[in-house]
Ligand binder design. Structure first.
Ligand code: TIU
Length: 237
């Protein structure tokens, strides 16, 4: 087990039973001209999540962990888009409309895809989802159960929308969730702070909160102690 410093108390996890979730690191949310901007947001702040998440992805790949990349979006014929989602608010462009990076939040379009820095590699799961919660209308729970996953390291955008919805849904399904605060961001800093506080409140009512540096340090320390243990065992035998 790896012991990672976290709020409200240390998070203990077994890499063999842990998946890294990378939620909706899509151009539509993180680059100009996409869905996030059509909703009136400044998308540039979300890009601070890319560098720490690259490091966490590398560590997860080195540990041989299951990595799941989600993408929010809809079928080109929009048959999986509720009117309630399509018609909400007053965006400059609606889901399915033509934008500078293709049709907004439509599968197969450039804007719907994952930013190049965090692009999946062979063997990683890409999960297309019609909602904010990554379990809604998807086979995510089946995929995680098939691999014996019990712990989720959660990164992604935006904190109070798809990340929070997914963490709550995962928690109710019995997964132990750690959210990495520098690997998630919101268009609204106060919403990010409140969401992370709410997750860790009441004795980790939804999950734990830590940073990429604390996670990576704890992985490195556990590798060091495993090495020391192996040396000691060799001496003893
Ligand atoms: N609007 C907003 O903050 N987020 C979303 O619509 N989707 C996700 O969070 N992925």
């Amino acid at each position: 087990m790896i012991n990672t410093p976290a709020k409200p108390f240390p998070y203990q996890w077994d890499p063999a039973k842990t998946a890294l979730l990378c939620i909706d690191f899509q151009r539509d949310f993180m680059e100009p001209g996409g869905f996030g901007e059509t909703l009136g947001n400044d998308v540039s702040t979300l890009r601070t999540t890319i560098e720490p998440t690259e490091k966490v992805l590398e560590a997860a790949r080195n540990l041989g962990m299951l990595v799941v990349h989600t993408r929010e979006g809809h079928r080109p014929d929009l048959t999986d888009l509720h009117p309630a989602k399509r018609d909400r608010g007053n965006p400059t462009l609606r889901i399915g409309d033509d934008g500078p990076r293709g049709r907004i939040l439509v599968r197969g379009e450039v804007g719907h895809d994952i930013v190049p820095e965090l692009y999946p590699v062979e063997g990683e799961v890409i999960l297309d989802k019609p909602g904010k919660d990554s379990f809604y209308g998807t086979d995510l729970d089946v995929i995680l159960k098939a691999r014996g996953i019990e712990y989720l390291l959660i990164t992604g955008v935006t904190t109070e929308v798809c990340v929070q919805s997914t963490a709550r849904a995962a928690n109710d399904r019995g997964y132990e969730c750690l959210i990495l605060e520098d690997c998630t961001d919101s268009y609204f800093p106060e919403f990010k702070a409140s969401t992370l506080d709410m997750i860790a409140a009441q004795g980790a009512i939804v999950g734990w909160v830590s940073t990429s540096a604390e996670l990576l340090d704890s992985i490195a320390s556990s590798a060091d102690s495993a090495e020391e243990g192996a040396v000691q065992n060799a001496k003893d035998s």
